[in-house]
Design a protein around this ligand. Structure first.
Ligand code: IYR
Length: 228
């Protein structure tokens, strides 16, 4: 290693048995997560959202520039603005306004088992929308100039940690990705070197909420892993 300033690093020692048990126990909890498309308006404490964003902010990332920003939306006015703009794009995507759908036939067929359409009422019903921005530039100082690295990878990992923490807190989430989503930059007042990546919708499932059977089908270990 090249010379650089360091501090010691160690982890509390645990047995292999504990290690296996802890991995399996977190796996089993994460297996309960579902993408939820039916949210109630039941409030969620701001403290939960703060802690989850702090957890996301510890994600491994390019050159420790931490190239993310989380715009947290709870005001009814902003939520409505986001819903209206998102539904306008989704109507074009699904071809809901008589125009030809922007999405290909193949894409629409792939979405059919999920039952999604252009209506996004959850963007107003759910108590919190976390709009995630990827900072193409800025560095640690967020100067808007310094080059950032592995931005999509970094922010993607951060979103995974955000969602895992919210799930652990007993909340339902939905990663919503309207396309195009430039309108989010305007509504959230973010600079043009930031790219909106996704909206993480957070709240409690509505009574009677369902998930598509299609989403329960998970690839088994021997299909998703190879051992060399
Ligand atoms: N953004 C659209 C379409 C959509 C696309 C994929 I890939 C999904 O997994 C789900 C939806 C929408 O939100 O409806």
């Amino acid at each position: 290693m090249r010379d650089h300033e360091t501090v010691p690093y160690s982890l509390p020692a645990i047995t292999d048995e504990d290690s296996i048990n802890r991995a399996r126990s977190l796996r089993d909890r994460l297996k309960q997560r579902r993408t939820c498309r039916y949210f109630s308006d039941k409030p969620v404490p701001r403290e939960v959202i703060e802690a989850a964003i702090e957890a996301a902010g510890t994600a491994p990332n390019g050159a420790n520039h931490q190239p993310w920003h989380f715009a947290v939306v709870s005001s009814p006015e902003k939520k409505r603005a986001i819903r209206e703009a998102a539904e306008e794009e989704e109507r074009k995507f699904y071809g809901a306004d008589k125009d030809k759908a922007k999405a290909s036939e193949e894409w629409l067929d792939a979405l059919a088992p999920l039952g999604t359409d252009e209506d996004k009422p959850f963007l107003e019903t759910a108590p919190w929308l976390i709009v995630v921005f990827a900072q193409r530039k800025g560095g640690i100082e967020e100067d808007g100039k310094t080059q950032n690295y592995y931005v999509n990878e970094s922010v993607g990992i951060a979103c995974g940690m955000l969602i895992a923490t919210l799930h652990e807190a007993g909340l339902a989430t939905l990663t919503h990705t309207p396309s195009p989503m430039g309108f989010l930059r305007e509504i959230c007042g973010r600079p043009d070197w930031e790219k909106p990546l996704m909206v993480v919708v957070v709240g409690h499932p509505e009574e009677g909420a369902t998930v598509p059977v299609h989403a329960l089908q998970k690839k088994p270990l021997d299909q998703i892993a190879s051992w060399l």
